[in-house]
Design a protein around this ligand. Structure first.
Ligand code: NAD
Ligand code: TDX
Length: 375
């Protein structure tokens, strides 16, 4: 089978590439990515050496580029991770988010329709090649914001509240429209907040880790009481795999692990965990960018504490709480999260401590310009 993985050089897409190579020895993967500030080939340095992998640089909004990839390869599945993904950036530049997340999605769907259909049936519907499927990777943010109670199910009405989530919701609607109007075999998955290796350091968890290592303040929006439902990225990848291969056509599947945390509690946990690691394994103190000598001559870590927290102006339109009800995917496809948060967050922090070179690489260039402008 040949899989077109758009946005495969980003956080979740690259983890999905690694998952597919490990699980499917015969899979051919075409990674299609515009390599924006969030996409990095360094993330895939090992995978790109694998003969099963081909990388194509291209923009999902560019018809010539999407046609070239469909005409060049016999694609069976499309998994669309490509998107502008950061809520704060969407507040600064909404149009880009609508272009990529809606029109880019529509262009991809339309290109797939051209290459995957063989004619029309007696009712004028396109006839689709056997076995093909388009999967749209979406987000719980399309459902809007919850109060302190309740969960998002697949039938919760869409109520996006940021330019990012409005764009993702628009993308979902056009995927649904291709499913209905052209009987295109599609699925949509809507996942909660992911965390894990290769998470771009503008997002909460890797940003906090990075700032701690430099002795910088940790910006917590508002009073830190907003709640996110965290899922380890590999569990998300396994869920996408399950929907892709076993999900009923035209269905939406929510993905989440019942792991709600307040932002402030996440930040405190990360501070504590980094301090404890450096306390028990002093060699990790070498990773600190802020190196000051303690009284005994060792690298001081006493400043790694909650005094680093800085409550800053709230995000505009900051969604209060997200929480997914994953009953459908668990009952129908047998998917369950495998990594509990306590294990996952420690694994993630070790990964960042061990991979500062990656962080340096991805935070140079365009991202630094944005970061300097924001803070
Ligand atoms: P990311 O920003 O880390 O990666 C996005 C990737 O898409 C990058 O490699 C980037 O270069 C590429 N890209 C951007 N615009 C493109 C374009 N026009 N054409 C081709 N490639 C383009 O994002 P992520 O966190 O990995 O998210 C992947 C997908 O999962 C997104 O669709 C996002 O909405 C969704 N999602 C993310 C989360 C999360 O917590 N990160 C949760 C649920 C759903
Ligand atoms: O510096 C920060 N301080 C802070 O308090 C940052 C970057 C974030 N926050 C808060 C805002 C959110 O309540 O932390 C929470 C998480 O923020 P982000 O990491 O920006 O993620 P979020 O806005 O929840 O969106 C993420 O999850 C759903 C992804 O970026 C989306 O692509 C995905 O759809």
């Amino acid at each position: 089978m040949t899989y077109l993985i758009t946005g495969g050089a980003g956080f979740i897409g690259s983890n999905f590439v690694k998952h597919m190579l490990a699980v499917y020895p015969d899979a051919k993967l075409i990674i299609f990515d515009a390599l924006t500030y969030a996409g990095n080939l360094g993330t895939l340095s090992e995978e790109l050496k694998d003969p099963r992998v081909t990388f194509v640089k291209g923009d999902i909004c560019d018809r010539t580029a999407t046609e070239k990839v469909f005409s060049g390869y016999d694609i069976d599945y499309v998994i669309n991770f490509a998107a502008e993904s950061h809520v704060d950036r969407s507040i600064e530049n909404p149009q880009l988010f609508l272009q990529v997340n809606i029109l880019g999605t529509q262009n991809l769907l339309d290109t797939a329709k051209k290459y995957w259909t063989t004619g029309k049936d007696e009712d004028n519907y396109p006839v689709w090649r056997e076995g093909v499927k388009y999967l749209q990777v979406s987000t719980d943010e399309v459902y809007g914001s919850l109060g302190d109670e309740g969960y998002f199910t697949e039938t919760t009405p869409l109520d996006p509240r940021s330019p990012y989530s409005a764009g993702k919701a628009g993308g979902d609607l056009i995927v649904g429209a291709y499913g209905e109007t052209y009987k295109m075999p599609v699925n949509i998955t809507r996942c909660s907040n992911n965390y894990g290796p290769f998470h771009f350091p503008e997002k909460l968890i890797p940003l906090i880790i990075r700032n701690i290592l430099s002795g910088k303040q940790l910006p917590v929006y508002g009073d830190g009481s907003n709640v996110r439902d965290w899922l380890y990225v590999e569990d998300h990848c396994k869920a996408i795999d399950a929907v892709l291969h076993k999900g009923r056509i035209h269905e939406v599947y929510n993905i989440g692990g019942h792991n709600e945390k307040k932002n402030i509690d996440i930040v405190k946990l990360v501070i504590r965990t980094i301090h404890d690691i450096m306390d028990k394994e002093p060699r990790y103190r070498e990773v600190l960018n802020k190196k000051e000598a303690a009284a005994d001559g060792s690298i001081d870590i006493s400043w790694i504490n909650e005094n680093l927290i800085s409550f800053v102006k709230d995000r505009q339109g900051h969604d209060h709480r997200y929480a997914i009800d994953p009953t459908k995917i668990s009952a129908e496809l047998g998917w369950l999260p495998e990594t509990n948060f306590d294990t996952g967050i420690v694994k993630t922090i070790y990964w960042y401590l061990d991979n500062q070179k990656w962080v340096e690489e991805v935070t140079s260039g365009d991202y630094m310009k944005y970061y300097e402008q924001m803070y």
